[in-house]
Design a protein around this ligand. Structure first.
Ligand code: FES
Length: 152
């Protein structure tokens, strides 16, 4: 039985109808058309689906949409301010921090959170705190460089 819920996504209140078992990932992609968030493994192992929930990193494939009714959700689509990219997005471009790009949204969302949390102090720290974000192309050196650059 579908239920009607409202979610606050990228600063906007959105009303949608979901099955109680619909993941936040599927709700974002299939109900709200926010396809920047990617589905890799759909079981919490790759980080491609990373979004921010109240500023914290969450694998959106592991949480249900109905559980996030009171939360502030940020996706990759919510990072730029008009024409101006978020500093982490800019750093990923400048450092060439992707190859196929499939994991990139998740990498960027993860990076935004860990910089905010103060976990980007060294390349080793970045590697450790981003270990939940898998890049199958192995672009890690440039990803780490981008995160360090954005962290200033
Ligand atoms: Fe959610 Fe892989 S799709 S962690």
């Amino acid at each position: 039985e579908p239920v009607e819920i409202s979610l606050r996504v990228n600063g906007r209140e959105r009303t949608l109808s979901v099955e109680p078992r619909t993941t936040l990932l599927d709700a974002l992609r299939e109900r709200l058309g926010l396809t920047g968030t990617k589905k890799g493994c759909d079981q919490g192992a790759c980080g491609a689906c990373t979004v921010l929930v109240d500023g914290r990193r969450v694998n959106s494939c592991l949480t249900l949409a109905v559980m996030q009714r009171d939360a502030e959700i940020t996706t990759i689509e919510g990072l730029a301010r008009g024409d101006e990219l978020h500093p982490v997005q800019r750093a990923f471009l400048e450092c060439d921090a992707f190859q196929c790009g499939y994991c990139t949204s998740g990498q960027i969302m993860s990076a935004v959170a860990l910089i905010e949390e103060g976990h980007a102090g060294s390349p080793e720290e970045v590697r450790e705190w981003m270990s939940g974000n898998i890049c199958r192309c192995g672009a890690y050196p440039n990803i780490v460089a981008a995160v360090r650059q954005a962290a200033g």
